[in-house]
Design a protein around this ligand. Structure first.
Ligand SMILES: *Cc1c(COP(=O)(O)O)cnc(C)c1O
Length: 387
């Protein structure tokens, strides 16, 4: 039996996979088991930030693997400590909790906001505002936080205490603050799964001001937008605000599972010993890889991410079959005349692996994708969109 058929028989039916089995790759090129070459414009949904089997990342991981792969959180390890230090120095935040995924990062942020509310405003201040069309994860609580009904229907009762505001409508946030005992607001500065929707500057600033005024914890979900993806280290840095909590995951690990909840001076002491934990959190191998990722995201590199993004936007804006392009840096959504799914399937047949987000084609290439691969991929995409 082929691996595809074994997978179909034995792996849970939770994914609608494309009919391709990837066997190996390098940088922004992936190779299928039957020997076909693909340009990777999705980087495993924004995870392989420096591409497949990047040497710097791989060596950092191997070096740590040769020392110790896991200790449990009963003990200290260097990569975990150093990574937390780097994340704080790059953001101005104070402390990091490590988990293994975006959902876990958000679970921690939700606990921080609720405990902050209980400690500072009263036990009933437990409501969290998120935005319609958001995506915050697949655990029952982060599913509740996700402002999309289609994710909720089958899994009631969900975790209580989430209400949903309209993106880019500060009045709708204010209304929910007035109607509920709110402890936290979670936003994605660019909604990823929701269709690559960029939040407006005035809205993000308005949320910050409202949180200051009402003593509410402002959480930015940077699981997808973080770690250089938008051309800044974190997407909130495009907005000139400081959040109280940052959650991030995906690209930080470079391909190994990691998630973190980063807290500022207001939130760093909210969780105490025993309030939260994770067996694998802060794993030294994942952390060593993450250090190698974050250390390369300097100003020059981030400028290059913006340039690559601008190249894509310039090529696709106004191209035949392209209605609009949204996003920031190398997180882009393309509204196509043809159904996005058809475009992505046909690109895949032509050796270019793209993603969708709602009704858009979504591009999340490796941050260091070489210009040759990028050019080739954009040519194919234009050709398929024009049909
Ligand atoms: C992917 C994603 C998550 C969930 O991350 P997992 O690692 O799949 O748990 C949460 N928030 C945002 C914005 C995401 O894009």
């Amino acid at each position: 039996m082929s691996n595809i058929n074994i997978d179909k028989q034995y792996v849970a039916n939770t994914y609608a996979r494309f009919p391709v089995e990837f066997a190996y790759g390098k940088g922004s090129y992936l190779y299928s088991a039957d020997g076909k070459e693909y340009i990777d414009m999705g980087s495993g949904i924004g995870v392989t930030a420096f591409g497949i089997c990047d040497d710097v990342w791989k060596n950092a991981v191997i070096e740590q693997l040769n020392k110790v792969q896991h200790t449990s959180n009963l003990y200290y390890t260097e990569p975990c400590a150093k990574l937390a230090q780097i994340l704080c120095s790059r953001t101005g935040m104070k402390k990091v909790f490590f988990g293994n995924s975006g959902a876990e990062a958000n679970e921690c942020a939700i606990k921080v906001a609720r405990k902050y509310g209980a400690d500072n405003k009263g036990k009933d201040y437990n409501v969290i505002i998120t935005l319609k069309n958001s995506f915050h994860g697949r655990t029952l609580t982060t599913l509740s936080a996700t402002g999309q009904d289609k994710f909720h229907e089958l899994f009631n009762p969900l975790t209580q205490g989430f209400v949903y505001a309209d993106a880019n409508d500060i009045r709708s946030v204010e209304k929910l603050v007035n109607e509920n005992k709110v402890c936290g607001i979670i936003i994605e500065c660019v909604q990823g799964e929701g269709g690559v929707n960029v939040l407006e500057q005035s809205f993000v600033k308005g949320v910050r001001e409202l949180c200051d005024k009402e003593d509410i914890i402002m959480v930015v979900d940077e699981v997808q937008t973080g770690n250089g993806r938008t051309g800044e280290l974190y997407a909130y840095m495009n907005y000139g605000i400081m959040p109280d909590v940052i959650t991030t995951a995906k690209g930080l690990g470079g391909g190994l599972p990691i998630g973190c909840c980063i807290m500022n001076d207001k939130t760093e002491m909210v969780l105490g010993a025993g309030d939260h934990g994770s067996t694998f959190g802060g794993n030294p191998v994942c952390s060593a890889g993450a250090i190698s990722v974050i250390e390369r995201l300097d100003d020059n590199f981030l400028k290059d991410v913006k340039k690559k993004g601008e190249f894509i936007v310039n090529e696709l804006s106004g191209a035949k079959g392209v209605e609009s392009v949204s996003g920031m840096g190398l997180m882009l959504g393309i509204k196509t005349t043809r159904p996005a799914k058809d475009v992505v399937l046909e690109c895949l047949e032509k050796g270019v692996a793209c993603l969708t987000a709602k009704d858009k084609v979504r591009l999340l290439p490796a941050l260091n994708i070489d210009d040759g691969a990028l050019k080739k991929a954009v040519e194919v995409l234009k050709e398929v969109c024009a049909k």
